[in-house]
Every structure is written in C-alpha cells, then in structure tokens.
Design a protein around this ligand. Sequence first.
Ligand code: FES
Length: 321
Amino acid sequence: MNTSSLTVRVARKTVEAEDICSFELVSVDGKPLPAFAAGSHIDVQLPGGITRQYSLCNDPVESHRYLIGVLRDAASRGGSRAMHEHVDVGDTLVISAPKNHFALAHEARRSVLLAGGIGITPILCMAERLAISGADFEMHYCTRSRARTAFHDRIRAAPFSARVAFHFDDGAFEKKLDLATLLAKPAAGTHLYVCGPKGFMDSVLGTARANGWPEAQLHWEFFTADVAPQPGDAAFDVKLTSSGRIVRVAPDQTVVHALSAAGIEVQTSCEQGICGTCLTRVLEGQPDHRDMYLTPEEHAANDQFTPCCSRAKTALLVLDL
Ligand code: FES
C-alpha cells in the first residue's frame, strides 16, 4: 500500500438502477476523509489485483463519506462485476486519495453538463456544486431507459431539477438529445463537460469540435476504453535516456509490460489510457496514441504518450525514463 492509499469500510450498498449500485465508503478510524472537488475520482483496489477508477458523486463538502456508483458492465474485465458480486456492507477496501482530472473551470460563465449512463456520477456532483454556487448551467442525462437511470429521484427532487433534461433511448423521439442543435454555436465562456460510454463521448466531442468549440472549453472523462491489440500491431523498441538501455516491445505487449519484464516499473493506474498516471515524455520517435486522456493537440505534439496502451509509429521511441 503506498502512502496515499487509505482503507475504507463499505457502510451502505444501494441498488440505484438496473445493474447500477452505489457504495458509501467511510473511514475505518472515524477520521475525516481527504477533501475532494467535483469531478474527482478514487482508485479502488479490487479482488484479483485489479484497480478501477470511480467518480465521487456525493457533495464535496462532506468529509465523512465517499459515494461511488458502479455499473455492472457485461463487457468489463472483471472490475465492476467484482464490486457488484463480492463487495458488501462491512467489507474494507483500499482506495487512493481523490484525484481530479475533470475539474470545473472556475472561469466558466455557463456550463453544459452531458452525462451518458454511469457517466452521471461526476456530472451529478458538478451539477450540485454549480447549483450551490449559483452558477448558470444546464444538464442532459442520457440513458437506455428509465429503469437504467441511476439517481433519477435524487435529481428530480434537487433544487436544480428544472435545469436537467432526461433523455431515454426508449423514450419519445422529441425528447431525444439533439446534439447538433445543443452544440451548434460555441459561446465564449461556455464550457462543456461530458462523461459516459465511449460512443456517447465520441459523438459529443466530435460534434463540438466540428462546430468549432475551442479545446479549452471541452472537458471529458472516460471510464473504460478498448485497449486490445489491433491487427497489424508490430514490435518496436524503446530507449531509456537515463541508462541508454533499449527494450523491445512485442506486438502483443504494452510498453509498460515490456519495461516491467525488463525490471523497469512505470507507475500506472487505469492501464486503459484514461487516467494519465503513466504519462511519459517522448524525446524522439513518433508515438501511436491509443489513449483517451490527451487532447488532439497534445497527440499532435508527439512529445508525451501513455505507455500503458499507446505504441509507436516509428521503430524506436526515446523515452525520458
Ligand atoms: S495508467 Fe492510466 S493512462 Fe496509463
């Protein structure tokens, strides 16, 4: 356990919607938990050595608990299933202190919050924060059906409920989210926040970018990504500047795994190109970016990459390691 890890106890487990449970986590010694801001997540260590990121969805003024929402995802690699099936009230979990890669922009004059499915967790926390601070915002929450809509009643009962539109895939056509209209014109000072499944996020960010939204006004957080090897993935070499050592990365290996096999550990968390923990500077060569963390501009600069999933377009990458 590293120094920023803490042990918490599951105080409550609640079914919030079909295939979605929330877990209320409290400190084991009764001391206040580390503070967090809207958009923060924690890393949760799960049975089987898996680490998963879950956004905090309670009010950040609370220091006695963290609330997370977990979707049992049929396509998951075991993380969400372990939470649903093996973690119960009274169990302890090792978690990280909160981290925030999805913070509210304090300079925003208006915010547009878009949640898809379980992506509601950080978005709900943001909506509550914005409402408490009297900020101008609107929120759209897209789900497959009412039965799969976590926190529906909490949102309907919230003082800001008039600012929230629900969009159900199986609902009325006129209630479907019209992204083209919503994102037609970027306005100075309006910031867009999106969290949800990859297809939803690609669609939101793609529409915003096509309509000229500046990157600085776009904020997103992915939960899962497909980091499976792709056909045609080839071997390449990485060179460590500190030692001059060269390590070969096989076609079916990640850079992190190749380095680990050579005795060189790179700190990781999500191992899916989502969190940025493994971000490493690239001094020479061109990465083949596979992450969801960096912006298109940062990808184009080619001076950093995520070795947990990204590869190389050149035969050699020289890394600042
Ligand atoms: S470990 Fe999360 S981006 Fe690489």
